[in-house]
Design a protein around this ligand. Structure first.
Ligand code: CMX
Length: 390
């Protein structure tokens, strides 16, 4: 059984060599063209970043080192007594490109649990940020929403998310724990170009420490077009519920969708910068709901499912978005709400605990490979026009 450090040490020299060869043998190879659309359109589709852990295909969705979500669900070890993927096995895969054994996963859980107490000073080990995030995030939750109640100590025999849910005060809810395990594993990484991942990479490229780099990413995650969308979805679905009452029909949902669109708002939880199909993370969370009748009885979850039956056609008719299908945020917050985590404002914090897996993985790789400070070239509109004319 290896530790994660040993597993990483095996991979680093190979990757360093690969980068060296790319730089010496292929540095002038052309990977694509830069169009005006790339520059004025938020760099969509521009191949301009190194990111090791995952690739986002517009049709298939996310693959973590080649493994799609159903592959991960089959291959990555779960927690003792659980069935869902856990953060540790996902982190191991993201960082090393290998599927860990059950023993390796348990060992990582223990290592993280041992480092998970909030210390008085900051160690520089990168994965210790990861280890401390649950305690930090749980303390925020408890201080804001449940002040004065003691927070349980970290249980060294439990996985990262098991401990997190425990510290949040929901440790006796096995279904929520399993949901959070799945949620945190599959939100872990989504390629490098999304706003939070890219922010970590950019700030980290200045050699700012991982705490600062990842804090910057959380500000990006807090925007309603990105991580805040899952709480926006819940608010929007609840407003829909209020407006259409108990009798949920396709026509009433359609009417509400058009009202949202005509007021100039986006439909939260739908559309994506890269995906052009329903998000497999959305499908995985829907499958979780399908295996639990009490979730299917929940009015808001029913609305989410019914909305999915109607919204793609409405968005197609509306004709603006390139992707009329749901992304993961269309469902993720609604299930948290069902399980009693009713404070919407906190949902992006949970997303933040998860996204650290991928962002910090790449930060480790950026350091191991000695990647340079990021510094793309900018252009004014006059300069673009001049280049077009030439
Ligand atoms: N509802 C209505 N209009 C939408 C839309 C939606 N869900 N998604 C995109 N559009 C519109 C855009 O606003 C844009 O309109 P304009 O031409 O008037 O500016 C047009 O369709 C084209 O946009 P696009 O190329 O399809 O999408 P982008 O890559 O620009 O934006 C995203 C992607 C996610 C920001 C956008 O789809 C959106 O705002 N979705 C709703 C918010 C959301 O769910 N965000 C979460 C994404 C996942 C995540 O990061 O967590």
């Amino acid at each position: 059984t290896k530790t994660i450090r040993e597993a990483l040490e095996e991979v680093v020299p190979r990757k360093q060599l690969q980068l060296k060869q790319l730089k010496t043998e292929h540095s002038q190879a052309v990977l694509g063209e830069v169009t005006v659309e790339n520059v004025v359109g938020g760099m969509r589709g521009l191949k301009a970043m190194l990111w090791e852990a995952s690739v986002l295909d517009p049709i298939e969705g996310i693959r973590f080192h080649g493994l799609a979500i159903p592959d991960c669900q089959k291959q990555l070890p779960a927690a003792p007594g659980g069935k869902e993927i856990i953060a540790e096995s996902m982190f191991w895969l993201l960082l090393t490109g290998k599927v860990p054994t059950e023993a390796e996963t348990r060992q990582l859980s223990r290592e993280l649990a041992e480092k998970g107490d909030l210390p008085e000073y900051i160690e520089k080990l990168i994965d210790s940020l990861l280890a401390r995030l649950p305690a930090l995030a749980a303390r925020i939750y408890r201080n804001v929403y449940n002040p004065g109640k003691p927070i349980p100590a970290i249980n060294k025999d439990l996985d990262l998310v098991g401990n997190y849910v425990n510290m949040l005060g929901f440790g006796d809810n096995h279904d929520l724990t399993e949901y959070m395990r799945l949620y945190i594993a599959i939100h872990g990484d989504h390629e490098g170009g999304n706003a939070s991942a890219h922010t970590t990479h950019l700030v980290g490229s200045t050699l700012a420490d991982p705490f600062i780099s990842y804090s910057a990413a959380l500000y990006a995650l807090a925007g309603p077009l990105h991580g805040l969308a899952n709480q926006e979805v819940l608010r929007w679905q609840m407003n829909m519920q209020k407006e259409i009452g108990d009798e949920i029909t396709h026509d009433k949902i359609k009417e509400f969708l058009w009202k949202t669109l005509k007021s100039g708002q986006v439909v939260p939880g739908y559309g994506h910068g890269v995906l052009r199909n329903p998000d497999p993370r959305f499908m995985a969370l829907q499958q979780f709901c399908e295996s639990r009748p009490q979730l299917l009885d929940d009015r808001v979850i029913q609305l989410v499912r019914k909305t999915y039956e109607v919204a793609p056609a409405v968005l197609k008719e509306h004709g603006k978005t390139k992707n009329p299908y749901p992304n993961v945020d269309a469902t993720s917050g609604c299930v948290l709400y069902h399980y009693g985590l009713t404070q919407f404002k906190y949902y992006t914090v949970i997303f933040g605990v998860s996204r650290a897996l991928g962002c910090l993985t790449q930060l480790v790789w950026a350091r191991a490979l000695g990647l340079p400070i990021e510094r793309p070239k900018s252009l004014s509109m006059d300069a673009i026009e001049k280049l077009i004319k030439n």
